[in-house]
Design a protein around this ligand. Structure first.
Ligand code: DGJ
Length: 736
């Protein structure tokens, strides 16, 4: 990950762009397998002509004649008022119209990427809008964003500022979107697009993916299919309030807009200032939903995720094991256990800090990041040393954007919190939690210093779990002036981005997890500074199949924290055997979230074997191509997916039974993504059966596995006393 290549709001504009004079001209912007074609004639509106599979120059030149209605590529409000628009503003003289026309096109290179910029100028006001398209030769994802510059004598007010717009020809178009709640994040919804407006949005301020996600897919050939059908994927890369609009009006197209949510965020842009919108990432595939996912995963690993090329360690996180009950003996014991099971990292979660206000529960201590030596007499160094003794790495939990009213930081600096000027602040978690105002540079310094102090004192800290457990629930910045209170949400994200950028500049190597009450920060806007995310506070293996399925639509397994936890599960109270819990956790970035002391010797032994086997398949899971095969949402009694190594010499196949009905015939799964010509030896991992599977050790052609598949037995062969209603399989396929 190159931190510099991430576009920040209000980033300095690249000055090396050369503006080329153009006449009537179609501009074709290609990725590896896709093309976007625009019509950019000087003095005219920028028009969208095509987005889809890669086309020839000849087809691109003749496109207009083959198209229906032609739409503006970045619709502006004012001289066109009926349809939805991407941009609107109030000029310094009160006028509310824009009339943007093409002024020039330029191209530049940024760290292996090509950026095409179309400059639009208003026909009356000195307002310039640059519409950018970023592509890579070997990726299928393209990013688009705009830069809005006010050259008027006084400030203008931006009232709408989408990152991008795409018309999608109507027909039998379906939308796949992700929605949820705490403990049930990233659930899949599929629906045909019908007349009217569909809005998917966030107004959470701090984080933005617990409820609705800013990523969607459009299936252009009817009901979404995993491995067939033309499909568009779109992800707004922004960590704050966003809004996706899909307007299906009287025209022949659905109109898709994505950008920062402008509600309660009207933005005053001073003279000479430029507002940079976050990127909207787009891809197109004719290999269905999984095809879109594969492109997003690859681009995510290569360009939008910290250390996307580095395998992730197997870890134990202390939260569900001990919650706030942190003490030296307990931590040492956990470290010894995870090391013995073959783990590589131990993470101490919440509860380790606070001197005047010890963090014994969630109502005190946030803001005071000094170790509580009553709990940890040897301090952090003692833990780092203990980890080293066990041959593992050490990680630590922080929640730096937050403060409790019971904290020394709040006592000293009540002006740092988010609250309206003339009202009391509203509390969050623990009835004392408040949010630090990240729009304030002094607060940004404080947050930077939390990490800087920890990392300077204990450079061996290998991993940080960065949590954020509150939404902005009352509007008000004590830092921003009265006429800029509507900048709070955007200012917060900008301040957070600046701080993360500073942290990464100084500490490029530390692994950082984005956690926000579970899966609240599963978003490509925040991920550039993070290596991974905590998928959900719900670790129930069955419910995780549904949540991880949705998460995998856009996010690769390398980033998806997926932990083996206790049974009964702490969130659902479901009793699930360790084999099934492990088989689900092994389909993401494997970890543990459990008190090892509560595991039986047999469970520990089984987990030890599983961790060793996971290390074997880790490159395939974390860097392979995903093929989702049978959706849990189809309620066919099982779910299945696989990862295939790019060289197609190895693959890992997962199968989980999702309910237990006697004598129900479950579908036989045909595999995908293999080389039909290659022979693969099948080997079961995490085996618990008394007898091997009938196909254990046998080899099959990729063709056979993809056309016929293997019959997976419905139950495990176990001694009577060990039988349960659960069943799952992980098969490792290696080229013969
Ligand atoms: C919420 C997170 O999602 C949990 O994993 C845990 O870190 C707690 N916060 C700690 O307070």
């Amino acid at each position: 990950m190159n931190w510099k290549s991430i576009t920040l709001l209000f980033a300095t504009i690249v000055s090396s762009i050369t503006v080329t004079e153009i006449s009537a001209k179609n501009v074709k912007i290609d990725t590896q397998n896709t093309s976007l074609v625009l019509e950019a004639e000087k003095g005219k509106k920028l028009r969208h002509l095509y987005y889809g599979g890669k086309i020839s120059e000849n087809d691109a030149a003749a496109l207009r004649s083959a198209s229906g209605k032609i739409y503006s590529a970045y619709p502006d409000y004012g001289m066109i008022t009926l349809p939805e628009t991407a941009i609107a503003m109030i000029h310094s003289d009160g006028d509310m119209t824009l009339d943007l026309v093409v002024d020039g096109i330029s191209s530049t290179h940024d760290n292996g990427a090509d950026i095409t910029t179309v400059t639009l100028k208003d026909t009356h006001y000195p307002v310039v809008v640059k519409v950018n398209y970023k592509t890579w030769k070997d990726e299928n994802v393209m990013e688009t964003w705009s830069e809005i510059t006010n050259n008027e004598k006084s400030p203008v007010t931006l009232t709408r500022f989408a990152s991008g717009y795409l018309p999608i020809r109507s027909g039998n178009v379906w939308l796949s979107s992700l929605h949820g709640a705490w403990g049930n994040e990233t659930r899949l919804t599929e629906e045909p697009l019908t007349r009217g407006m569909k809005v998917i949005k966030s107004h959470e301020g701090v984080r933005n993916s617990r409820f609705d996600h800013s990523e969607v897919m459009f299936s252009l050939d009817g009901k979404p299919q995993e491995n067939t059908g033309r499909t568009i994927g779109a992800a707004l890369c922004y960590g704050g309030n966003y809004k996706l609009r899909i307007d299906t009006d009287e025209t022949d197209s659905h109109h898709f807009f994505a950008g920062i949510n402008e509600e309660d965020s009207h933005y005053k842009l001073g003279k000479g200032e430029t507002f940079v919108t976050p990127p909207l990432a787009l891809t197109w595939s004719d290999e269905g939903l999984s095809g879109v996912s594969r492109s997003f995963h690859k681009w995510g690993r290569n360009h939008r995720l910290a250390h996307g090329d580095t395998p992730r360690k197997v870890l134990l996180n202390s939260w569900e094991g001990v919650y706030f009950d942190i003490n030296e003996k307990g931590m040492a014991n956990m470290m010894k256990n995870i090391a013995a099971m073959g783990g590589e990292l131990f993470v101490m979660d919440d509860g380790w800090f606070g001197v005047k206000y010890p963090r014994n529960n969630d109502s005190a201590g946030l803001g005071d990041w000094t170790v509580d030596t009553r709990k940890l007499p040897g301090g952090i160094q003692g833990l780092v040393d203990e980890a080293k003794k066990n041959g593992i790495k050490f990680g630590i939990w922080i929640e730096p954007e937050m403060v409790n009213s019971k904290s020394e930081l709040f006592e000293k600096h009540p002006e740092y919190i988010i609250k309206p000027a003339n009202r009391k602040a509203k509390f969050g978690r623990g009835k004392t939690q408040l949010i630090l105002d990240m729009s304030n540079p002094e607060v940004q310094d404080i947050v930077f210093n939390i990490v800087d102090t920890l990392m300077t004192k204990y450079p061996e800290i290998d991993y940080i779990k960065w949590d954020a457990n509150m939404d902005i629930e009352n509007h008000g910045s004590q830092y921003l002036p009265a006429d800029k209170q509507s900048h709070l949400y955007i200012g917060y994200q900008k301040g957070l981005q600046n701080t993360l950028q500073r942290i990464r500049a100084k500490y490029p190597d530390v692994t950082i997890q984005a956690c926000a009450s579970g899966g609240g920060r599963v978003n490509y806007g925040i991920l550039p500074w993070f290596d991974e995310f905590w998928t959900s506070d719900n670790t129930d293996a069955l419910q995780r199949i549904y949540m991880q399925w949705g998460t995998s639509y856009f996010f690769p397994a390398i980033a998806m924290g997926s932990h083996i936890s206790a049974s009964p599960n702490h969130q659902t109270h479901r009793i699930i055997p360790i084999k099934y819990r492990t088989d689900v956790a092994m389909s993401g970035r494997l970890g543990m979230e459990i008190q090892p002391d509560d595991m039986t010797a047999e469970e520990k032994e089984q987990t030890k074997r599983a961790i060793a086997e996971y290390k074997q398949i880790r490159p395939v899971v974390q860097f392979g191509d995903i093929y989702r095969l049978l959706s849990p949402y189809d309620e066919k009694g099982a779910a299945s997916l696989m990862y295939v190594a790019p060289e197609k010499d190895k693959a890992v196949f997962y199968w989980w039974k999702t309910r237990a009905f006697r004598n129900e015939i479950l579908p036989r799964i045909t595999m995908k993504g293999l080389d039909p010509e290659k022979e693969y030896v099948v080997h079961e991992l995490n085996r618990i059966d008394t007898k091997p599977l009938s196909f254990e050790g046998k080899s099959f052609s990729g063709k056979f596995l993809m056309e016929n598949g293997l019959e997976i037995p419905v139950n495990h062969k176990l001694a009577k006393k060990n039988e349960t209603d659960w069943s799952s399989r992980v098969l490792y396929l290696t080229e013969k």
